[in-house]
Design a protein around this ligand. Structure first.
Ligand code: ATP
Length: 355
């Protein structure tokens, strides 16, 4: 296996569209690295440049110790799995998996051994004799994965491979991919716009926006301390409350006078925004100590938790995550208070994390 080093990648398509403005990423050997971002942020283009399917306008890509900029896709020694399975319809699953090995001219005994290994890892056993049209979407995607891994490439690139699966199949396949990655110690770059998928799969996540990397970090790092307002709004469901605040009397003061603890190093005299997770707030009885007054706008009971939207004094709505035992009705007068540690704080002008 091998790490992947992307340096100053810039990509402009012939029609003038700049898909990748400037991307620097360093994927470690054996890492499951997720590229996450909204549609059109340049994830696929970056991945295709690594695979050699697009030629970057400038910048360099190394796989292991090898600069691959001048190598065609076939010589980069990587496997790519797409959201569309692209299996050969006339070939049985077994022959689809064997296809790249036969194309390389491997001896048939070796082909058979590797195909059996892959079938075992992905539990494809009885499905191997079927043609794609007799397999479900999830099964086809497992066959596509098996076909990618028989070649034992130096790295795997996956572009939204679970998009066409239903919710249950996605959960299963996610576990499968995680397990495979661990078993093979494989370097994997996984592209998705789904933050749940990113958080549950990635050792580290890169958040992309408009062709640039906004943040790279572990799932907990990007959740706890999003590096910019963009990341703060993108990660978490429901997302953070972004609250205009100012430093006064040793606290961060928000609308309606809500008080938040001040993190160390908050700059003076700048317009600031605090990022307050819904679970760092609490709905209480009106008049509770330290709570600002509000009114319940909506209640979403999800079974294991309840999400409240509360309009606080100053006509400011906040989202609050509460245990299902909380019982506040729509329209009820309530209090809202902060219960967590100091929130991340952003400069309102630069939109970057400052404390
Ligand atoms: P998605 O999640 O929708 O696939 P993405 O983050 O993968 O999005 P890209 O597919 O890399 O984004 O596209 C980045 C930008 O480049 C978009 O504005 C897209 O319209 C544009 N683009 C992609 N391919 C081409 C192309 N062949 N020619 C011109 N523009 C392109």
């Amino acid at each position: 296996m091998a790490g992947i080093e992307i340096t100053s990648l810039h990509m402009r398509y012939p029609d003038g569209t700049v898909a990748v403005e400037e991307v620097d990423l360093s994927v470690r050997d054996g890492e499951l690295f997720v590229m996450l971002g909204p549609s059109g942020c340049g994830k696929t283009t970056t991945l295709r440049a690594v695979a050699g399917l697009e030629r970057q306008t400038s910048g360099t890509i190394r796989i292991g110790d090898t600069p691959v900029d001048d190598l065609p896709p076939g010589e980069r020694d990587i496997a790519m799995v797409f959201q569309f399975y692209a299996l050969y319809p006339h070939l049985k699953a077994r022959d689809n998996v064997a296809f790249p090995l036969r194309a390389e001219g491997l001896p048939e005994a070796e082909v058979r051994r590797r195909v059996e290994d892959a079938a075992r890892m992905l539990q494809l056993g009885p499905l191997m004799g079927r043609r794609p049209q007799r397999l479900s979407g999830g099964e086809q995607q497992r066959v596509a994965l098996a076909r990618a891994l028989v070649r034992r490439p130096r790295a795997f690139l996956m572009d939204e491979p679970l998009t066409n699966l239903d919710a249950e199949q996605r959960t299963d396949m996610r576990a499968e991919i995680k397990h495979l990655q661990r078993e093979l110690g494989a370097t994997m770059v996984y592209v998705t716009h789904d933050q749940v998928e990113a958080m549950s799969l990635g050792h580290r996540i890169a958040i992309l926006n408009k062709g640039r990397v906004e943040q790279v970090g572990t799932p907990m790092e990007v959740y706890d301390r999003p590096a910019s307002l963009f990341c703060a709004a993108f990660i978490g469901s429901p997302p953070m409350n972004l609250v205009d605040v100012e430093v006064a009397d040793g606290a961060l003061r928000g609308p309606g006078g809500i008080a938040l603890p001040v993190p160390y190093g908050v700059p003076d005299g700048r317009p600031l925004v605090a990022g307050v997770r819904p679970e760092a707030l609490e709905v209480t009885a009106p008049g509770t100590d330290g709570a600002v007054r509000g009114r319940v706008v909506s209640v979403e009971a999800l079974g294991d938790e309840t999400i409240y939207v509360v309009e606080c004094e100053g006509e400011h709505d906040v989202r609050v995550r509460m245990p299902p035992t909380a019982r506040f009705a729509a329209d009820a007068p309530v209090g809202v208070r902060h219960v967590g540690g100091p929130p991340p704080v952003y400069d309102r002008d630069t939109e970057r994390l400052v404390a």
